[in-house]
Design a protein around this ligand. Structure first.
Ligand SMILES: Cc1cc2nc3c(=O)[nH]c(=O)nc-3n(C[C@H](O)[C@H](O)[C@H](O)COP(=O)(O)OP(=O)(O)OC[C@H]3O[C@@H](n4cnc5c(N)ncnc54)[C@H](O)[C@@H]3O)c2cc1C
Length: 407
């Protein structure tokens, strides 16, 4: 381009377009369409409303569906083959999450979080650690969890009260983590601890350590009842002189904060995909109901007000899908964009709540009744605006990215 004038640049650009080099492609690949179709067919085959409402009522993890999903390779599809996965990208993974949550918000979220935080092991663990923990996660023997939040450190985890002190060949962990997904189910936890209490700023003295279920001194207590995602366990974890072999440290000591921030680039896209799927599922149900229900001698879908509601919902979903896929694609290209990831999570989370709310409205009184499912989609949608960084924290990240961008 050097040395070309305005006309030259124009001609060169036109030539590139003709040659297809500047082509923008919004199509999924054939392999991705196949994964999407397989996920859709699987979850549709597993959908059993009676059972689902039972699990929801009993706050039970959908064990049998999870086992089958692992057997078919849907969980940990983004792990390399040597660690039980299929070497796919996170775009492939989020297509599965979207399909699962679209069919059923509660089952979808429970399945998508069954391998929560295993990516910290994947990206920063040693080969032996990956073999030990990732292969059983993909194989349906292990459920994973990530313990970052503490009672006094939620949005702000730059300093932590949970400490891991080196004693010979061990770390001794003391502290409390709260709101831990899979807390009462998980076989292992990726725990963010303060390993250097003198570090300034404190986040430069944090490390991630794998703590296995059943380690003496570790106690999990269910936090219940809660608003939604009833098929996942949410627990408080108490660590009282928990001795963990130093070999359980993930990556470099005192790099934990940076590892977790990098992990959020991946996990936030997955949460955005949960939200997208939930919005789509609520929309599907609203459209089906509007086509069926008659009032004042007309189907609801014949009222222009209803049509406009559906149009607004569809527009929001379409915009969210573009953002979520783009954020995933950027990650797979090795160019994660924190600002875009946060926009995708913030936007998809908000529209999931709005679309589910409107789906209830379209159902009228029936929308308030559990059997019609949309009230559950609404309750499940809300968490996507809270975990993995609240809506406000996403705005902070977006703003930081904007401030740092020179144009
Ligand atoms: C069901 C559930 C599952 C969860 N799963 C996990 C898990 O598996 N692992 C884990 O570690 N954590 C998990 N969490 C915790 C979740 O990530 C935190 O709840 C969340 O990060 C917010 O922290 P907090 O609840 O302490 O709220 P706070 O940080 O106290 O925030 C309260 C309010 O203040 C706002 N706020 C805080 N700081 C700022 C700021 N700088 N600017 C503007 N507004 C601000 C927040 O946005 C929010 O609206 C889970 C939570 C729930 C409810």
């Amino acid at each position: 381009m050097i040395g070309l004038g305005a006309d030259g640049r124009k001609a060169k650009t036109a030539q590139h377009v003709r040659m297809g080099r500047l082509k923008v492609n919004f199509e999924l690949t054939k392999e991705q369409k196949d994964i999407q179709k397989a996920a859709r067919e699987f979850i549709e085959g597993e959908y059993d409303k009676e059972k689902i409402l039972g699990w929801e009522k009993e706050h039970a993890f959908p064990l049998e569906v999870w086992k089958k999903a692992c057997d078919l390779g849907f969980i940990g599809i983004h792990f390399p083959e040597e660690y039980g996965g299929q070497g796919c990208g996170i775009t492939d993974n989020i297509l599965i999450v979207e399909e699962f949550c679209r069919k059923d918000s509660s089952v979808g979220i429970a399945l998508s979080l069954a391998d929560f935080s295993s990516e910290v092991v994947l990206r920063f663990g040693a080969g032996e650690q990956k073999k030990k923990y990732l292969v059983p996660v993909a194989g349906g023997q292990f459920i994973s969890a990530g313990a970052y939040t503490e009672p006094d450190h939620g949005s702000d985890i730059t300093s932590l009260s949970t400490k891991a002190v080196r004693e010979g060949d061990c770390f001794v962990v003391n502290g409390t983590k709260t709101f831990i997904t899979n807390g009462c189910l998980a076989n292992f936890f990726v725990v963010l601890c303060q390993t250097d209490t003198e570090a300034s700023p404190p986040y430069r003295g944090q490390s991630t350590i794998i703590v296995e279920k059943g380690t003496p001194g570790l106690e999990a207590t269910e936090i219940a009842p809660k608003m939604g995602i009833h098929m996942t366990s949410t627990a408080e974890l108490a660590f009282r002189d928990v001795r963990v072999p130093a070999t359980q440290l993930l990556g470099q000591e005192n790099r934990g904060f940076y590892q977790v921030m990098q992990f959020f680039q991946e996990s936030r896209v997955e949460v955005a995909a949960q939200a997208l799927g939930i919005a789509e599922g609520a929309f599907d149900r609203a459209l089906a109901y509007a086509r069926k229900r008659t009032q004042f001698g007309k189907k609801l879908v014949e009222f222009q007000v209803t049509q406009h509601k559906l149009a607004d919902m569809a527009a929001k979903i379409e915009a969210a899908r573009l953002l979520v896929y783009q954020a995933a694609w950027r990650f797979d290209q090795g160019r994660p964009d924190p600002g875009l990831t946060s926009i995708a999570k913030m936007f998809a989370g908000r529209i999931a709540v709005e679309v589910a709310d409107e789906a209830i409205q379209i159902h009228g009184g029936y929308g308030y009744i559990t059997e019609y499912e949309v009230e559950r989609f609404y309750r499940d949608a809300k968490i996507t605006e809270i975990y993995e960084g609240t809506r406000e924290i996403q705005k902070n990240t977006i703003a930081s990215a904007l401030m740092g961008k020179a144009r």
